[in-house]
Design a protein around this ligand. Structure first.
Ligand SMILES: [Mg+2]
Length: 218
């Protein structure tokens, strides 16, 4: 069995963010008269370079001197994400769909449980799949080691060097990074060695059972 990350590994999260940041931009334009495109571009760039763990709404509020609390914007972010997931379909990478259909895969993802479960349900509905998944609040927490130790996946595939590989690396589980989605521009060298993947692939197309065997053999 292998563990695979969800956001930006199986699909490009920019498809959701474009919708959500446009909605937030339009709200700010209506409320404060700032062109929505400026807000949209700022949020998109910040998400790409600083990742979504960073409090991007705090910076936005400070930069534009907005009379609104960053928490309210964060709540709007959550609501518009839910709206997207109810109205639109997530489009998987083709190689991701093949992996889900052919390999023994468990999706291991972090974030708000409600939202992550809606994403899974959206994909199941859209592609007629039945997926196995685990949602954790924060991948960096040491207590997540237990999940890897109990299930002993053969590898972990993810995209984000800041969060995805630290815990499996500590347990000697091979880690693979794909350079897809929102964080593809972030270099492995941006993080400490303990956080870096065993190998990096351009996309899931480069993943194969043979590669997995070679990785396990060291
Ligand atoms: Mg990810």
């Amino acid at each position: 069995m292998i563990f695979v990350d969800l956001d930006n590994t199986l699909y490009n999260q920019e498809q959701i963010l474009r919708y959500v940041f446009r909605r937030i931009g339009r709200f700010i334009e209506a409320e404060f008269g700032i062109p929505w495109v400026e807000v949209f571009s700022y949020l998109m760039d910040a998400a790409k370079s600083k990742t979504l763990r960073y409090p991007i709404f705090n910076d936005l509020v400070n930069l534009l001197h907005l009379d609104i609390s960053p928490r309210r914007l964060a709540e709007m972010y959550r609501l518009y994400t839910v709206e997207y997931l109810e109205r639109r379909r997530i489009t998987l990478y083709r190689s991701a769909l093949r992996l889900l259909e052919t390999a023994d895969v468990v999706i291991y993802t972090e974030g708000c449980r409600e939202v992550q479960e809606l994403k899974i349900a959206n994909i199941e509905r859209g592609y007629g799949l039945k997926l196995r998944f685990i949602v954790v609040e924060d991948k960096l927490r040491r207590e997540n080691s237990g999940i890897f130790e109990r299930t002993r996946p053969e590898a972990y595939i993810g995209d984000n060097p800041y969060t995805d590989f630290l815990v499996p690396n500590r347990l000697g589980i091979p880690t693979l990074r794909v350079l897809t989605g929102l964080y593809r521009g972030i270099l492995n060298e941006a993080v400490e060695p303990a956080y870096r993947p065993s190998i990096t692939l351009r996309s899931l197309r480069g993943f194969s059972p043979l590669l997995l065997r070679r990785l396990k053999a060291g």
